[in-house]
Design a protein around this ligand. Structure first.
Ligand SMILES: *Cc1c(COP(=O)(O)O)cnc(C)c1O
Length: 411
């Protein structure tokens, strides 16, 4: 038992000074935006901003080809479409993710199949991926959750063995490294989001990497984001062999993206330091399971999510969360409310109102319990924000808050 009185019981709060804040957008964004408008066109193919944004991204990531999209969700749809995912195919993915991971699968009339997760990294467990493979499996859609890389050696090994495509959802994992390589450059395609909540923002937006480095693959991805228009090198072809949406990025987003990319390495470095410090500060506590960075990994901590070991604490997760909140430490019990397969869309097997298509093409189950580790993660997790604008003393206060509450409730 800790000897300090908790704030929730009337004791003094740990956090007395407000958290550090800052401006994400400044003069650089304004200058880029003005230049974009001065071009007298906001169309990506006529202007230079989206092109420059992609060039800078390619330099930063050391790749040849990437394609802009209107959102992270769009980027994932584009990658899946370009990978040839089509009617009746199964795509193995994670049940703890943003629904943007799943939308493109279903719009291709393919079927999401959920693999269970590692209890400490919250990323897909390779053994479970193998268990989910059927003759219909076409691709693995890896989610690198909260800045932490998935076990990509194992994933790529499975993909080679079973001849599957690999799409990486890196929406939460900018500059995340796995054995020295940036995630998003390891699978066939990597997908990023620049929505307003990610490491960098263009309001909305996204991007797909084409990792084969082959121009023909780049052309397919590019066309899939632009209703199958082939607008490369001046010529425009409009041959329609199959359906592709219009997910184009505008020059305004590209302009802001150029300025944001310059800040990205520093943002990720700061978040990395803060996340690592959090774990350092709480790893010895009874009842607290800090997140584990995947072996060989480097995390850019989009958020910080620990788990509680209920057998070693005299409180529920909800009480722990409220007590921590009362200390002035913002936190949230869990992440998404439930594993995604518990959503009515999956429980009713209804992607399109009044239809069971494409679910009728697959036997895969969405019964509660299919991913027990994932369900347990969400039932026991406490999520805390990490921000590059926090100060070191904010992080120390968060550590002190967790320590105070955990020691108070320790059995
Ligand atoms: C944010 C996010 C997406 C979707 O990105 P949008 O730009 O909002 O469409 C997809 N996957 C994950 C894991 C995300 O966090």
């Amino acid at each position: 038992m800790g000897n300090e009185q908790l704030a929730i019981h009337g004791g003094p709060k740990v956090k007395t000074k407000p958290f550090g804040t800052g401006k994400r957008f400044g003069d650089e964004e304004i200058r880029e935006l003005k230049e974009a408008l001065d071009q007298n066109t906001l169309f990506y193919h006529s202007g230079n901003k989206v092109k420059t944004f992609l060039e800078r991204f390619n330099e930063l990531y050391g790749i040849r080809y990437s394609v802009a999209a209107s959102s992270g969700t769009a980027a994932i749809h584009v990658a899946l479409g370009a990978a040839g995912v089509s009617v009746g195919d199964e795509v193995i993915t994670s049940p703890i993710t943003d629904q943007g991971t799943l939308i493109g699968i279903l719009y291709q009339n393919a079927i999401p199949v959920f693999a269970d997760l590692d209890p400490r990294t919250y990323n897909m467990d390779p053994k479970s991926i193998v268990d989910r493979i059927t003759p219909k499996t076409k691709a693995i859609l890896v989610v690198h959750l909260a800045g932490n890389p998935a076990d990509m050696d194992a994933v790529m090994d499975i993909a080679r063995r079973y001849k599957l495509k690999v799409v990486e959802d890196c929406a939460q994992s900018y500059m995340t490294r796995y054995k020295g390589r940036c995630v998003g450059t390891i699978g066939d395609y990597g997908c990023f989001s620049t929505n307003d909540f990610k490491h960098i923002s263009t309001g909305d937006g996204g991007l797909v990497t084409v990792n084969s480095g082959k121009e023909e693959d780049f052309r397919v991805v590019h066309a899939f984001a632009d209703k199958n228009y082939q607008r490369l090198q001046g010529e425009v072809f409009r041959e329609l062999n199959y359906l592709a949406p219009n997910y184009r990025m505008t020059e305004l987003q590209g302009a802001v993206g150029i300025a944001q990319l310059k800040k990205l390495p520093e943002i990720c470095e700061k978040r990395h330091q803060y996340g690592e410090r959090m774990t350092e500060g709480i790893r010895d506590l009874p009842g607290i399971l800090p997140p584990k960075v995947t072996e060989g990994g480097w995390s850019s901590y989009w958020f910080y999510m620990l788990r509680l070991d209920g057998s070693r604490l005299n409180c529920t997760r909800e009480v722990f969360s409220s007590a921590l909140g009362a200390e002035g430490i913002p936190n949230h019990p869990g992440y998404i409310p439930e594993v995604v397969y518990r959503q009515p869309l999956f429980q009713k097997r209804q992607a399109y109102p009044g239809s069971d298509f494409p679910f009728c093409l697959s036997e895969t189950s969405y019964q509660p319990g299919i991913c027990p580790e994932a369900e347990q993660i969400l039932a026991t997790a406490v999520r805390l924000p990490i921000s590059e604008f926090f100060t070191e003393s904010d992080i120390e206060d968060m550590v002190r808050g967790i320590r105070k509450v955990a020691l108070h409730y320790a059995k």
